[in-house]
Design a protein around this ligand. Sequence first.
Ligand SMILES: C[S@@+](CC[C@H](N)C(=O)[O-])C[C@H]1O[C@@H](n2cnc3c(N)ncnc32)[C@H](O)[C@@H]1O
Length: 273
Amino acid sequence: MTSTPFTDPDTVARLYADAGRTQQRTNALLTAKTSGDNATATIVDLVAHHAPKHPTVCEIGCGRGTVTLALAESLTPPRHTVVDISPAFLATVAKRAADTGFAVETVRGDFHRLPLPDSSFDVLVAAFCLYHSARPADVVARIARCLAPGGRAILATKSIDSYYEIDQLMVDTGLDPLATSRPSLYETFHSANAADIVATGLEVTEVIHRDHTFRFTDFDHLASYAVTVPKYELPQWLVTNPRDLAAELRRRTRDRPFTATSTVTYIAASGQP
Ligand SMILES: C[S@@+](CC[C@H](N)C(=O)[O-])C[C@H]1O[C@@H](n2cnc3c(N)ncnc32)[C@H](O)[C@@H]1O
């Protein structure tokens, strides 16, 4: 069984203990993005395309609720539930939903056990979260159990080589000489193995791959993303403040705009007929 920092329960609890790290990571990536689709919009489009009108929706690993709110606005589900292991994120989603007037039920739970009744939802969404499982096929089996007859699942993940250019920079500068040797954070559920894993419990009906490019303007911009990556083994003093990591990178190599890439993969699947 592969283990990465992303599948270690203590690391996951620390990463999602508050919304700060995720917001910093998302902001750094969004401001760097120069090409690629809007993942939230693509997920909403896939749900709208594959599911019945006004479906009951459950989203697992909902994070800060960006997809949740977009689904609520676009599909007006008669029942809309989110499940996440992080109490802080569930509180964030509850507040964002209340602020925007959407009724979203928040459930704290582990997606390996998915505390939902059998056959209870028309749509299950799992975006960018199954790489936090060392046994994603078990989560797929749970999703299959919770889908109502004719139900659909929409899943999203990233390529195993996502942002490898930054790993290489860590090696080339000597900051983390083993960065390219460790398993990818996306090792357990990524663009190349996700469809096969989903097919162990559901019928895969569509797979879409979209390339994304990120151009960080300089090392300050890059460091604001890199300090959020638990793969790197860097001294604590370097990752507490992105400016320290940027300064150390500059000490070792010329500051410059820096490009990194990732492929985002979307899978639509159906449960029992
Ligand atoms: C990268 S965030 C994805 C957030 C959101 N789906 C999105 O697309 O923006 C991963 C989420 O998975 C959640 N998560 C990780 N392990 C989990 C588990 N075992 N059970 C439920 N949620 C989990 C985390 O708390 C976090 O909210």
